[in-house]
Design a protein around this ligand. Structure first.
Ligand SMILES: NC(=O)c1ccc[n+]([C@@H]2O[C@H](COP(=O)([O-])OP(=O)(O)OC[C@H]3O[C@@H](n4cnc5c(N)ncnc54)[C@H](O)[C@@H]3O)[C@@H](O)[C@H]2O)c1
Length: 310
């Protein structure tokens, strides 16, 4: 039996692990953080410092939260000591994942759960390094995990039955929204959806149908706005005017079938990449990486607050 989660281990504290650290501290957990980078502590501190404002704006700082309840350790195994939940965010290379699990497993507290942030590796391949894979799962976030609510959860027939439920409760306690991936496919669910849309977005540019800026605007000023409040199935169900998704399929199914048959399958050739680069340069309108990132994060926070009615 797992004891209540009060301490979380972070293994790998780069782009994703540092953001997870900030989120778990905000939720009021003690955090033990490991990363082999000699400057890890100062980099992670700086990240948490900067993220704390956003977490405050999102209402995700709980009463007992403190950015100081984090301890930095020098060995993978030490990140497991006293931790009931471990979030692994080491580089996306199977041999690094395997080496990490071999160091981690003997040091785990009884019942501790280990979740990997992996975007694209198969869980059955990652399980190969475990003596007992029953408490090892996928807990896949979206960058940055402290700002984007979605976490995709996946186990398989080797996963202990209660583990996904405990993990879902844990993430939801941190303000996340979880989904269950019922069957393993490359890139899980949300990245496949993104990939499908991006494929057509590239094709529209490559075929000269619209500029990069206008394709982007077609998403943000159109369906993208609706997608932040309801998903495509529900929206199309509403789009039938009250008849439900069956009516929508009857009315518009034949059109979609024709459109699907004309969808592009672009290659990212040097010429296509150059078209995208030129289009992005125009869309940037002089804003640099920092300015655009800040604009994205500010709008993401404002949108989430508005949706929550804050
Ligand atoms: N970047 C994204 O948008 C994103 C989104 C969701 C999930 N992920 C997943 O998160 C994981 C980490 O990705 P990232 O973008 O944070 O990468 P990153 O390169 O920013 O961070 C990886 C960190 O792991 C550290 N590291 C290297 N070797 C290690 C080892 N042996 N043990 C422990 N730490 C080690 C590095 O020093 C670095 O700080 C990957 O599995 C990736 O697929 C990334």
């Amino acid at each position: 039996m797992i004891s209540p989660i009060n301490t979380v281990g972070i293994v790998g504290s780069g782009v994703i692990g540092a953001s997870w650290s900030a989120l778990f501290l905000a939720a009021g957990y003690d955090v033990i953080n490991y990363d082999p980078d000699p400057d890890n502590a100062s980099k992670t501190e700086a990240y948490i410092d900067q993220a704390w404002g956003s977490l405050t704006d999102l209402g995700l700082i709980t009463e007992k939260a403190s950015p100081n309840r984090i301890r930095y350790v020098d060995r993978v195994a030490d990140a497991a000591e006293g931790a009931q939940f471990i979030q692994e965010s080491v580089p996306e290379r199977i041999e690094i994942k395997h080496d990490t699990y071999r160091l981690l497993e003997p040091a785990l507290e009884e019942g501790a759960i280990v979740a990997t942030s992996s975007s694209g590796l198969l869980i059955k391949d990652m399980q190969a390094a475990w003596q007992d894979p029953s408490r090892f799962i996928l807990g896949h976030p979206f960058n940055p995990p402290h700002l984007i609510p979605l976490v995709e959860l996946l186990g398989n027939d080797k996963t202990a039955p209660e583990v996904l439920d405990i993990a879902a409760k844990f993430y939801e306690n941190c303000g996340k929204e979880t989904i269950r991936v019922l069957k393993e496919v490359p890139a899980h669910v949300a990245n496949r959806l993104q990939a499908a849309l991006w494929r057509e977005a590239i094709s529209l540019v490559a075929e000269g149908v619209a500029s990069v800026e206008d394709v982007d605007k077609a998403v943000t000023a159109g369906p993208g706005l609706r997608w932040s409040v309801m998903g495509p199935h529900m929206l199309f169900s509403l789009g039938s005017g009250g008849g439900g998704i069956g009516t929508f399929c009857e009315r518009f199914g034949p059109s979609f079938k024709t459109w699907w048959q004309t969808m592009g399958s672009p290659e990212l050739t040097p010429e296509v990449i150059a078209m995208l680069e030129q289009g992005i340069a125009e869309e940037e309108q002089g804003r640099d990486f920092k300015a655009l990132s800040e604009e994205r994060d500010r709008k993401l926070i404002a949108a989430q607050r508005a949706i929550k009615g804050q």
